[in-house]
Design a protein around this ligand. Structure first.
Ligand code: PLP
Length: 474
């Protein structure tokens, strides 16, 4: 080994890597993280320390300090990239924050199949190969009134697979007012192109009539489609063709009629004080041959795309080789089946499906939670911020009922000084994101706002307990 040419006394005082590794505190780290990661972390810390001392740093090279730094570094590195956060943005079904929280029944179902073998595609009665769709088929049919159903990884896949199966190299009629883009890269025209289907736009952006559809049908037409406008609303001088009429037009020409519901709730949301959304069952009853909808929007389950409808069309969709590339895994199927089973008991649905429970939470209850947390928040925020409780409006999110706002309550943190308020808010939001369980809020109207709709009473203690860790520099 080449000799170091100049070693300062401070550098010479650095304990050897072996000496550090023999420290009892390191044994604890080895048990937790493994010998190699600990050795590498110690080497890294010693090298960095040597560098700092070479540049004139004056810190003491003590084993205790080194081990403490190594422990902190290993702890940071062990944090998974994907981890829980508090969604206090005011958007309940937040795509970037994982959409629907699962009920315990679904989590238990995942755990039950995740660690071992299951009858995913195995018929226990005959001992022969089975079909993974059987675990969901009956449940979906019962809840939608469809003849058959299949499930893929998300609704985008459900739409793609439906179009590719029913309309490859053919035309699909869609109203111009429904050629939507949903957050990210899901645009109906693009999906249509990728599915190999040709989009035939019908009518105008704000008005589409029955005659527009009738005039557009040619021998090249394979499908009539309606897309739920999800994240926007056309108001004013508008006209669209109701599902029942569209179904009649399609069937009159011997064509199937597909509806992409997007959110696709399974129950009438009006019973929870929310506006009515067309349910999958209503859509099937009005004549849709296929409906597609998400598992993790209003349904409140895992990410999935449900396709329900006529048995002959579902059979064709299942046979499409693309289905193999989009099929759900056992954990999704287990979770979705457990959530769908909760719908068998409509009376307790709003208690048991977290998404519905959060959406139905009354403002007074959220406001009471905000008042309970106010003292802890004031103490954590310190002098730099005025903290209060204010009414706010939550959104459902994920393109569901976009115009609808739910009365809610927020903790509001406003910089005490007008000067530098913008920077203070940016730093405040970052400090909340840096908490052990990051807190995601929203900066709006010169204040940092935490809509407490999605912080349920069971979570309050854990939420408050980490607030003192907010490292707010004045
Ligand atoms: C959300 C949505 C989709 C996409 O569903 P994912 O489950 O996010 O893939 C497709 N169509 C409509 C109308 C939607 O609202």
């Amino acid at each position: 080994m080449p000799q170091e040419t100049r070693t300062s006394p401070a550098q010479a005082a650095i304990p050897s890597v072996d000496r550090i590794l023999r420290d009892p505190a390191c044994d604890v780290l080895v048990v937790r993280f493994g010998r190699r990661p600990v050795t590498e972390a110690v080497r890294g810390d010693v090298a960095a320390l040597r560098g700092r001392l070479a540049e004139g740093g004056r810190e003491a090279a003590e084993v205790g300090a080194i081990v403490a730094r190594v422990a902190a570094a290993l702890e940071r590195a062990a944090q998974p990239s994907l981890r829980p956060v508090w969604n206090l943005t005011g958007t309940v079904l937040h795509t970037n924050l994982g959409r629907a929280p699962l009920p315990p029944e679904a989590i238990e179902a995942v755990v039950a199949v995740a660690g071992g073998a299951s009858n995913l595609e195995y018929d226990l009665a005959t001992g022969k190969r089975g079909d993974r769709d059987v675990h969901l088929d009956d449940l979906v049919c019962r809840l939608t009134g469809a003849e058959a159903a299949t499930v893929v990884n998300n609704n985008a896949a459900a739409v793609l697979l439906t179009l590719n199966t029913l309309a490859q190299r053919k035309e699909v009629l869609v109203s111009r007012g429904e050629l939507i883009e949903i957050g990210g890269a899901f645009r109906i025209p693009d999906i249509m192109a990728r599915a190999g289907a040709k989009l035939h736009e019908v009518g105008t952006t704000n008005r589409t009539h029955e005659k527009d559809f009738l005039d557009s049908i040619t021998p090249r037409t394979a499908l009539v489609m309606k897309v739920h406008a999800s994240n926007y609303e056309i108001s004013g001088f508008t006209k669209s063709v109701p599902e029942r009429e569209l179904a009649a037009i399609a069937h009159g020409a011997g064509l199937p009629f597909a509806v992409d519901l997007g959110s696709g709730t399974l129950v009438d949301l009006a019973q929870y004080g929310l506006p009515h959304e067309p349910t999958a069952a209503e859509t099937i009853a009005s004549g849709a041959d296929i409906v597609t909808f998400s598992g993790d929007k209003l349904l409140g389950g895992p990410q999935a795309g449900l396709i329900a409808g006529r048995a002959d069309l579902i059979a064709r969709i299942r046979k499409n080789p693309m289905k193999r590339a989009m099929r759900c895994d056992k954990m999704t199927i287990a979770a979705l089946a457990a959530v769908l089973r909760l719908y068998d008991d409509p009376d307790r649905l709003a208690e048991r499906v977290p998404t519905l429970r959060l959406l139905a939470r009354p403002r007074a209850e959220i406001e009471a939670a905000a008042q309970r947390l106010l003292p802890a928040m004031r103490a954590a925020a310190g002098e730099g911020f005025a903290v209060g409780v204010a009414p706010c409006r939550s959104q459902i999110g994920s393109g569901s009922l976009p115009a609808e706002r739910l009365d809610s309550a927020a903790l509001v943190l406003r910089p005490a000084a007008a000067r530098g308020a913008g920077t203070a808010l940016v730093r405040l939001a970052a400090a909340f994101r840096a908490l052990p369980v990051p807190v995601i809020g929203r900066v709006q109207d010169d204040a940092f706002r935490l809509d407490l709709r999605c912080l349920e009473p069971e979570g309050e203690a854990a939420f408050a307990a980490q607030l003192p860790a907010l490292a707010l520099r004045p």
